[in-house]
Design a protein around this ligand. Structure first.
Ligand code: PEP
Ligand code: MN
Length: 253
């Protein structure tokens, strides 16, 4: 994945807030990323919210904040594209386009990003089989864009102890059956269960994940979206340390 994005990062971590909220918020999170050697910053500008009354994201203003922050801190950026009409704006401001879980079945959107040569991270639909996910990835690739990253973010099951049920077998299958880089989204799969983010991060790496995504906020309690699941800067530091020592240990085996 690092090679694909022109990176030389030891840790393919994508981290940042759920939503872009302010320049100060972005700046404090970016400092933590740089401190931990993380190269890719996330932040949503167009937010797919369950309720129309919830914060919908800052839109273009948010994209500008993300671009400004990432240029300042020499980071790559990723943000979600929800609607074809915002494609050009997203192309102009981010390095990687995210297509979210709720849009996995939006074939018009998949075809449009497939016609670009921009890296695209596609998340598995929350109610999708692996076969449907593979076909959605194929929509992008078959339209000419081979710069595709598959992201497992958990699926909806009867289990309620985590926000979604993280399907790690899909990671192993994707690694076996495709040539695509695979990222595990720890935050949207585990939800409020931040207490198990370390072991699940390690399990993801052990079964072949090329990268991890995690939401980090300077003040999660005040976050405008997903406040329950975002890590504080301190928690993020602990996670990065835990992953680094796990990777060192794996390398030594
Ligand atoms: C997100 O990453 O901001 C997001 C909304 O995730 P998902 O599409 O996996 O729900
Ligand atoms: Mn979120």
């Amino acid at each position: 994945m690092g090679e694909m994005l022109g990176l030389n990062a030891a840790l393919n971590m994508i981290a940042g807030p759920c939503s872009i909220e302010s320049e100060a918020q972005m700046e404090s999170v970016a400092c933590a990323l740089v401190h931990n050697g993380v190269k890719i910053m996330r932040g949503g500008a167009y937010k797919p919210r369950t309720s129309p009354y919830d914060f919908q994201g800052l839109g273009l203003e948010g994209l500008k904040m993300l671009k400004y922050t990432c240029e300042k801190f020499n980071l790559l950026s990723i943000s979600e594209l929800l609607d074809v009409q915002n494609l050009q704006a997203v192309l102009d401001h981010v390095d990687i386009i995210q297509i979210g879980s709720r849009s996995m079945h939006n074939t018009a959107l998949l075809k449009e990003v497939g016609r670009t040569r921009h890296p695209v991270l596609l998340k598995r639909g929350l109610m999708s089989t692996l076969d449907e996910f593979l076909h959605a990835l194929e929509y992008i690739v078959s339209n000419g864009n081979r710069n595709v990253i598959a992201c497992e973010r958990g699926i909806r099951t009867f289990e309620s102890s985590t926000r979604n049920t993280l399907d790690l077998s899909s990671v192993a299958i994707l690694k076996k059956d495709t040539a695509l880089p695979v990222v595990v989204d720890l935050s949207h799969s585990l939800g409020h269960r931040k207490d198990i983010v370390g072991p699940i991060a390690k399990a993801s790496i052990a079964c072949g994940a090329d990268g991890l995504m995690v939401e980090v906020h300077s003040d999660p309690a005040k976050a405008l979206s997903d406040s329950d699941q975002q890590l504080t800067l301190g928690e993020f530091q602990i996670l990065c340390d835990e992953i680094t020592s796990f990777r060192d240990h794996m390398g030594a085996c």
